[in-house]
Design a protein around this ligand. Structure first.
Ligand SMILES: [Cu+2]
Length: 135
């Protein structure tokens, strides 16, 4: 007897769940800031910053997802010039407070130096998009 009663309530519950998903999707579209930390937003990448200070890059190794724009900012009193070892990106000489940005579309490892002070070394590691640890 119970078995014949079950299908109707279950179907109604499914409809409610689908409705809730629809509302969530609408909210996600309308309020992207509220859902930026959620797993559903995989394409969102915010700019990442490397600080240049005291003749060093901070962080020395920065890991980002593909599509991320990395911004270098020179907080030093000396000029610095960023050049990656594979010739993928190269900045002009950056004076104090100058910035340089590069968008990393392709996954891989990008070691770079300051071409004025070659002992200054850093590395950008680019992971494939959609493989963030939050998932
Ligand atoms: Cu330098």
């Amino acid at each position: 007897m119970l078995a014949t009663m079950n299908p109707a309530p279950r179907r109604r519950r499914m409809t409610l769940v689908l409705g809730a998903v629809g509302v969530t999707a609408l909210l996600a579209a309308a309020l992207p800031e509220l859902t930026a930390a959620g797993a559903a937003v995989t394409a969102a990448t915010s700019p990442a910053t490397v600080q240049i200070d005291n003749f060093a890059f901070t962080p020395a190794t920065l890991t980002v997802t593909a599509g991320t724009t990395v911004i270098w900012k020179n907080d030093d009193d000396s000029p610095h010039r960023i050049g990656d070892k594979n010739g993928t990106f190269k900045s002009a000489a950056l004076d104090t407070d100058d910035t340089f940005s590069h968008t990393f579309a392709a996954p891989g490892e990008y070691p770079y130096i300051c071409t004025i002070h070659p002992y200054m070394a850093g590395k950008i590691i680019v992971k494939p998009a959609g493989k963030t640890s939050s998932n």
